[in-house]
Design a protein around this ligand. Structure first.
Ligand SMILES: [Zn+2]
Length: 260
């Protein structure tokens, strides 16, 4: 575990680029939906998504003096956990997954938070890069929520690092335009691309369903599960009615929460 903490940046970068590469190849070899956009549009969209991630990283680095893992170490070393106990790793990971489910649901429900989160939903197509298309302020707020969870439940640094690696990997997996074998079996426990695609439908009831990122059980337990999109995966429209055709420019994405 000490190795994990000491080599956190390298391990995270390795996991990120490996899963990114695997899902890019998977999308090309076994695509789920046909891609009709011109290549130029795709390049612009991919560039904007990558830059969104860069801006988010800079914002976090410049505003928060330490990482979530460093904060967890500090809480543990000084016995500062609110309830005075520290949850075991696996329980902590499952708890964070449940928490992020509710965080996601609240970002859909509260108008000011939806302004931030709709940047993610305004994507007119879905692929592996949709997983990094989040407004920097949403990333910042998620980080603060994570800090509170660490403090309340005494989550260890290893718990936080492992959860973040799983979350990043699963987000890339379930946003990808890949055809997954045995989807029906896999989705009994995990969120699959077909399950998450429903969440990106233009229909309001479908947008407000399937909030889970990692485990599919939360949507079943908290009654927000929709198995398939009404129009089918090939014919369904992805995005938001307010942004027909989507938004793929960096400036437009960054300004979106502050407009209309
Ligand atoms: Zn959402």
């Amino acid at each position: 575990m000490n190795d994990l903490i000491a080599n956190e940046p390298q391990i995270r970068l390795f996991a990120f680029f490996s899963i990114l590469a695997i899902m890019i190849v998977w999308q090309v070899v076994k695509p789920r939906r046909a891609y009709q956009k011109p290549l130029q549009e795709k390049a612009k969209r991919w560039t904007s998504h990558a830059l969104m991630m860069v801006v988010s990283t800079l914002l976090i680095r410049l505003t928060l003096p330490f990482s979530a893992a460093a904060f967890a170490l500090y809480i543990a070393d000084n016995n500062l956990a609110l309830f005075g106990f520290s949850l075991p790793l696996i329980i902590g990971v499952i708890l964070l997954d449940c928490l992020i489910y509710w965080q996601h649901r609240i970002f859909h429900k509260v108008p000011i938070l939806w302004r931030l989160h709709r940047v993610h939903h305004s994507d007119e197509t879905l692929d592996v890069t949709s997983a990094i298309r989040f407004h920097p302020i949403e990333i910042f707020l998620s980080m603060l929520i994570k800090f509170v969870a660490i403090w309340m439940f005494g989550l260890s640094a290893a718990t936080v690092i492992i959860f973040e690696i799983i979350l990043n990997g699963m987000a890339m997996f379930n946003h990808s335009n890949a055809r997954i074998p045995a989807d029906n079996i896999l989705r009994l426990i995990f969120v699959t691309p077909d399950m998450h695609r429903v969440h990106h439908s233009v229909y309001g009831n479908e947008t407000n369903s399937n909030y889970g990122f990692n485990m599919s059980i939360w949507d079943r337990i908290f009654a927000s599960y929709i198995a398939q999109p009404k129009d089918g995966h090939d014919a369904m429209t992805i995005g938001l009615k307010e942004y027909p055709g989507g938004e793929s420019g960096l400036k437009g994405l960054l300004e979106m929460p502050f407009k209309r």
